[in-house]
Design a protein around this ligand. Structure first.
Ligand code: FES
Ligand code: FE2
Length: 388
């Protein structure tokens, strides 16, 4: 697809034209140049596929993908599309298979995506069949290059992309090593469909400004508020970001003073179950909020003691899905496990915090309709390029 010209009104990164969120042509180009281009995409966790033959279906942008652990312990990823007529090949979310057989005409593929069998290849009673020059080896599944880092599986359609650790860069590698510092156990999944452009969710995540305002519950009960100490780290290309806040680094009085215009922090609100926000420091650095956003499709979270990954799945120019994978550590004590389960409610479709992010993105998508030549005003914190 050829390019689409969208003129930004200013060259200082402070104006984002709304057409980038509403134009289906932009969406198609993103699939081609970002999701099928030189990006490493988060596909899943090694812990989801402990045994040879274990597989899970996932998404690489809009493209359905299967990730499988082969007999040699390596991970393969291929497009979930039969090479014959394009049928969705693997229909279960998860499973273990010795090979993959298409429901339509039973073409069969191995764990590496090689075509291993075609029924009636030579026809029947000397008639029909495939041409004599048809070679199984020419009709395998479309493969992604797959690699893992700290137990997290990534894939790319572009074999020329930089090595995975360089793409992630040092602060993000350190974050992943910390989050996956010991064996994990998957606790569950949830999905949320949001009627908005997927990039609005990315902007939302870059926007620490909203976090202490939109999320009144987090601010009120001290999980994240703008009066707390914290920090942000970005990679060398300013594609990814880690943001953290330090638990107990402000007082309720300071917060109430700073937030006096917003009116909800008068000290009268109490939780019937304080455990839903009560942070137990597992590492000893008081980081009660520790969130990483990896361009273009992943968020890794520690919110209090709730651990999860989020995969961003664009569906159309005005709709995307978030796919949550909740986990804990294999050696969790009962108190920690209880916290993780209760605090999982901070996020998800009806989460105390993330419900508001989804609604904010939807409200933007509704508000900008018909205003494709208008733009946002992003000046909080200064103008100009982001300096890593
Ligand atoms: S479409 Fe898969 S075997 Fe025909
Ligand atoms: Fe948010």
């Amino acid at each position: 697809m050829t390019g689409v010209t969208i003129a930004f009104p200013r060259a200082d990164f402070s104006r984002v034209l709304y057409a980038v969120f509403t134009d289906p042509r932009v969406h198609s180009l993103e699939q081609e140049r970002i999701f099928r281009g030189p990006s490493w995409l988060y596909l899943g966790l090694e812990a989801e596929l402990p045994n040879p033959g274990d597989y899970r279906v996932t998404m690489a942008g809009e493209t359905p993908v299967v990730v499988v652990r082969a007999a040699d312990g390596t991970f393969g990823a291929f497009v979930n599309r039969c090479a014959h007529r394009g049928t969705l090949l693997v229909r279960n979310q998860f499973g273990n298979a010795k090979d993959f057989t298409c429901v339509y005409h039973h073409w069969c593929y191995d764990h590496k995506g090689n075509l291993t069998g075609v029924p009636f290849l030579r026809g029947l009673k000397g008639k029909g069949g495939m041409p004599t020059d048809f070679r199984l080896a020419d009709h395998g599944l479309e493969r992604l290059k797959a690699e893992s880092y700290a137990g997290v599986i990534f894939g790319t359609f572009d074999p020329t992309v930089e090595p995975l650790a360089d793409y992630l860069d040092r602060p993000m590698c350190a974050y992943l090593r910390r989050l996956f510092r010991k064996p994990i156990e998957i606790l569950g999944y949830s999905r949320q469909r949001i009627p908005a452009n997927w990039k609005l969710y990315y902007e939302n995540g870059q926007d620490a400004y909203h976090a202490g305002l939109l999320h009144q519950m987090s601010a009120t009960f001290g999980l994240f508020r703008l009066t707390e100490k914290g920090g942000i780290a970005i990679d060398k290309h300013a594609r990814h970001k880690v943001i953290h806040s330090i638990h107990g680094s402000d007082t309720h009085r300071e917060a109430a003073r700073a937030y006096n215009q917003v009116g909800y922090m008068d000290g009268t609100l109490r939780l019937n179950d304080p455990l839903v926000f009560d942070f137990r420091d597992e590492v000893g650095d008081r980081r009660a909020t520790n969130l990483m956003r990896l361009w273009p499709n992943a968020i890794f979270q520690q919110l209090a003691n709730a651990l999860a990954t989020r995969q961003v799945r664009p569906r159309r120019h005005d709709e995307f899905e978030i796919y949550w994978t909740y986990f804990g550590y294999a050696d969790d004590d009962p108190d920690l496990r209880l916290r993780r389960m209760k605090q999982a409610n901070i996020v998800g479709a009806a989460g105390y915090s993330s419900m508001e992010d989804g609604e904010a993105c939807r409200l933007v998508q509704v508000g900008i309709k018909g205003s494709e030549t208008a733009h946002s005003v992003i000046e909080m914190g200064g103008l100009g390029p982001i300096v890593a």
